[in-house]
Design a protein around this ligand. Structure first.
Ligand code: NAG
Length: 447
């Protein structure tokens, strides 16, 4: 802006002030400067913050998931509290479906899903892990190993959002050679990152990102990265993927270390957000080395296949009866007696059966599929984490559950929900009818 124009502007501004009858005293100058300078400054900071644009959608891919309101949006309604015998008027049915591509992170709701040997397709194929170095042995040897992390110790994992994009010839940018078309699509990971604010350019940028996030309705700015869903051999070689043993409970499956796909700075931000002190990385189960399940799962001699899982705790699928969650909620000491069923991270939420009738199921039909109800789900402290706030309650609902849900002779833990092994592969859909084919005894077996 040349000084001529500036002079002109100032002159006409003076004239304007004279016209409306206020002089150019310090107060008006102050107010005017404030009005003139603050909004542009805010806009400037905002612009700085938005410089980091969201990545465009992965070419040739389509996002999967339910569009619109969650099928659990009316989960607290009293109509789901009691259940009844199945009849044409009140059938037992699938209420909602969820997958959790990364163990212990936020899930994706679906209206239908493919059912494969490992459970719902895309479920628990990944886990985040930390590298833990033990104390030296008497001989002075130090061992360091990768171990899975969960919300039990890192509740902020509940804030890590995931998306699955599958390759689709109808999606924009599709070609057989497109990066993520060659890898069965991609996994998008998004997590909140709230940097410390300071008066530097970086600090201002960070503040801009916070401002931009608040304006778009998010409490915190999000950081995003994506990895190929199932990297092809060529990419595994080129990117020098490492095969690493990752400890999950007492199991140590070999997994692909996907860390090479994630910028170092992004991984550091994730580590900061989660509050992990050790190095972390993202691991994918090797699709040729799924983990075999024994314990209460059906035997290979009986069903003709060995049950397998990815990064799930112990069985391919997990189902939960909403009436049972209502029952636990009604016994909570605090009001309102509400308990978000999502705390239990089931794949299949059902309605219809009276509370806890599933405790004795042995085999069921859901839609066209047949399912072996393998055992009861024993509960750790994880459901104490509120999936919406990622805050862990010290006691509830764990304490309430221990009062009356330690029901399995094989375990000291409270039980809720059932571990399931699909006997058929096919599809499962919201609204599918649920029919119990066999009832039986359950006895929880540890590893
Ligand atoms: C839930 O699922 C059914 C069946 O797919 C659907 O018709 C319904 O509109 C869904 N939404 C809600 C909010 O319940």
């Amino acid at each position: 802006m040349s000084s001529n124009i500036l002079d002109d502007l100032l002159a006409s501004f003076r004239k304007f002030l004279d016209d409306v009858g206020v002089g150019l005293n310090p107060l008006t100058i102050g107010v005017t400067l404030f009005v003139l300078l603050v909004p542009p400054l805010l806009l400037f900071i905002l612009a700085l913050g938005q410089r980091e644009e969201p990545l465009p959608p992965p070419p040739g891919c389509r996002k999967i998931g339910l569009i619109g309101k969650s099928n659990l949006s009316d989960q607290y309604s009293k109509q789901y509290a009691h259940g009844s015998d199945p009849s044409p008027a009140s059938s037992w049915a699938v209420k909602a479906l969820f997958i959790y591509p990364i163990k212990s992170c936020s899930g994706i709701e679906l209206d239908k899903s493919e059912v494969i040997r490992t459970g719902l397709r895309y479920d628990r194929q990944y886990t985040l892990g930390q590298q833990v170095t033990g104390l030296p042995t008497m001989e002075g040897k130090v061992k360091s190993e990768w171990t899975f992390i969960t919300q039990r110790t890192f509740p902020r994992l509940a804030k890590v959002e995931t998306e699955i994009w599958v390759s689709d010839p109808k999606a924009p940018g599709y070609s057989e050679e497109a990066e993520y078309v060659k890898s069965e699509g991609c996994l998008v990971v998004r997590f909140p990152f709230l940097p410390d604010t300071e008066f530097t350019v970086e600090g201002l940028k960070a503040y801009g990102r916070i401002l931009a996030a608040r304006l778009s309705g998010k409490p915190e700015p999000m950081v995003e990265f994506r990895v190929p869903f199932n990297p092809p051999q060529e990419r595994i070689r080129n990117m020098r993927y490492r095969n690493v043993e990752v400890k999950i409970w007492k199991d140590t499956p070999v997994a692909l270390d996907m860390g090479c796909e994630v910028p170092e700075e992004t991984m550091e931000k994730l580590r900061y957000t989660l509050g992990v002190t050790n190095p972390i990385s993202l691991f994918r189960i090797d699709t040729k080395k799924y983990r075999e399940v024994f314990k209460c799962a059906p035997k290979k001699q009986e069903v003709g296949f060995q049950p397998i899982i990815g990064m799930a705790d112990s069985y391919p699928m997990h189902i939960l009866n909403l009436a049972s969650v209502h029952n636990v909620a009604s016994n909570l000491p605090k009001n309102p007696k509400r308990l978000n069923a999502l705390r239990y991270r089931a794949n299949v939420y059902i309605t219809g059966p009276p509370a806890f009738s599933e405790d004795d199921w042995a085999k069921a039909r859901i839609g066209d599929g047949t399912y072996h109800i393998s055992c009861r789900t024993t509960r750790c402290k994880l459901p104490n984490v509120d999936p919406e706030t990622a805050i862990a309650d010290r006691n509830e609902p764990g304490t309430t559950m221990r009062k009356y849900r330690v029901i399995d002779k094989g375990s000291q833990s409270a039980c809720l929900g059932m571990q399931v092994t699909p006997l058929t592969e096919g599809e499962i859909e919201v609204g599918d009818e649920v029919e119990v084919l066999e009832e039986g005894e359950h006895f929880f077996l540890k590893e």
